[in-house]
Design a protein around this ligand. Structure first.
Ligand SMILES: [Ca+2]
Length: 162
């Protein structure tokens, strides 16, 4: 499906703008864009997000847009239920979502339905903000973006590819 939408995204530090035409995204699978909403600072008030396509679709991508800051808004939580039991690639986008950002001011973490951590990026070292994790269809998972060392507002795009 070719999407007619035109989306404008702001680069994190560069102040540049890029145009992301839906046609490219459609070529590599469905692609949903979701903005966070507050409050979402705890596991128990995580934003509920869903993949855009039907259960037959594979390779879908979600892009979650938000911001964190170490003193005012340290963490954002999202909860979603995979439609497929498969390896999911989860990462914070660099200037574009073609690759992950390398950073130490944030970390990302994923929890299972028991709120037990199953994967995360390192805390306190500069690292690629990405991991790949096997998830089970029909179970709930939480993803956290934590800005523990982000003294300024840290705008992010969190990509989840099933
Ligand atoms: Ca928050």
């Amino acid at each position: 499906m070719v999407q007619a939408s035109l989306r404008q995204t702001k680069g994190q530090d560069s102040g540049t703008y890029s145009i992301d035409i839906g046609k490219d995204a459609a070529a590599s699978g469905e692609h949903g864009e979701i903005d966070e909403y507050e409050p979402n600072n705890l596991l128990d008030n995580a934003n509920i997000v869903i993949f855009p396509g039907g259960s037959a679709s594979t390779g879908e991508e979600l892009r979650l847009h938000g911001s964190v800051q170490s003193t005012d808004d340290i963490a954002d939580y999202f909860i979603f239920t995979p439609k497929h039991s498969s390896a999911h690639h989860i990462y914070l986008c660099a200037d574009t979502c073609n690759e992950s950002v390398e950073d130490e001011s944030v970390y990302i973490m994923i929890y299972d339905q028991n709120q037990t951590t199953i994967a995360s990026t390192p805390v306190g070292t500069i690292a690629r903000q990405e991991f790949t994790v096997e998830l089970t269809a029909g179970l709930a998972y939480y993803i956290e973006v934590n800005g523990y060392a982000a003294t300024d507002r840290y705008d992010y795009v969190l990509a989840v590819i099933e």
